[in-house]
Design a protein around this ligand. Structure first.
Ligand code: PDD
Length: 288
């Protein structure tokens, strides 16, 4: 059985989907993407993902190919068609590129249609060891460009940074720019400092994560002191807890940073509390 994808209006097995080598996504990484988890067959924070997609397409001047209503219908169709293979918990990847044109860095002069691709994969449950032991992270200079708020498919910087973490037996690289901690190579960052949960403010140096926003919302709902503020590398080293958040990894408790123990060396109390709220939120979506 093959996973069913969507390419420019047609549903077809992913291994039969074909794009032109002249697609600007292939040639330049000239595109925008989203990753949306699915719980109980329902797309997680769909309006928020579609809003970010809209903002990102506008930022790079790619025409929005679908209305919100059409997006919802096609995404739900991809989820439904993949249920026999992936079940009710899926990870949906969507990508829009500027389209097919002769290679030239500038935008094509004549009108071209964006390429729209969607695929589904199984959403893997997080390893039980994460709640018991947490994960290791490294710090690294942020070698990426200065438009990190754009969810661009040009990810070479992020790829090299994530690989550096793997090479050092860690799961993520936490990035530092101009003496500020920004985010992970594919995740946002939270630190518990003096009993306040802190995450760096939105801006061009980090992706406005959907999971990040939800965690701030949950903190507010449950009276957990939280704020958006700059974090220095020194503050990070001394943090009581460090978390990394993303749609696919949820909330990862970091228990070693550059080989040094973070806090108690175990996933912290606040992580346990927030993770329960997060799991409850997912369960509500499943039951809806
Ligand atoms: N990445 N920052 C970066 C650089 C990211 O690539 C991601 C997500 C996040 C977290 O955003 P969200 O909570 O909306 O998933 C932050 C996805 C999962 C990926 O590239 O696969």
């Amino acid at each position: 059985m093959s996973s069913i994808s969507y390419l420019n209006g047609a549903f077809l097995p992913v291994n039969e989907a074909r794009i032109s080598p002249l697609d600007r996504g292939f040639i330049f990484g000239d595109g925008i993407y989203e990753v949306i988890p699915v719980y109980g067959g329902k797309l997680f924070r769909l309006d928020e993902h579609l809003k970010r997609l809209d903002d990102n397409l506008a930022a790079v001047r790619i025409k929005q190919p679908l209305s919100n209503k059409a997006w919802k219908s096609v995404l739900n169709e991809v989820v439904a068609r993949n249920r026999p293979m992936h079940g009710d918990e899926q990870s949906i990847y969507l990508q829009i590129t500027r389209g097919v044109a002769e290679r030239d860095h500038g935008f094509p002069n004549s009108h071209i249609e964006p390429t729209l691709f969607i695929m589904s994969s199984t959403l893997k449950p997080l390893a039980a060891s994460i709640a018991e032991q947490g994960v290791a992270a490294i710090t690294h200079a942020d070698i990426r460009w200065r438009n990190c708020h754009i969810k661009s498919t040009s990810l070479l910087g992020n790829i090299l940074l994530r690989q550096q973490a793997y090479d050092e037996d860690a799961v993520e690289a936490i990035l530092i720019r101009d003496d500020e901690v920004t985010e992970g190579a594919a995740s946002n960052l939270f630190a518990l400092i003096d009993d306040v949960l802190i995450t760096p403010p939105k801006g061009p140096l980090l992706l406005p994560g959907i999971t990040r926003d939800l965690i701030l919302e949950l903190a507010q709902q449950h009276n957990i002191p939280a704020c958006e503020a700059f974090i220095t590398p020194q503050q990070l080293i001394n943090a009581e807890e460090i978390w990394l958040t993303s749609s696919t990894k949820e909330i990862l408790p970091v228990t070693t940073l550059d080989g040094t123990v973070v806090g108690s060396g175990k996933p912290g109390k606040l992580w346990q509390q927030m993770n329960q709220h997060y799991q409850a939120y997912k369960q509500q979506l499943r039951n809806r």
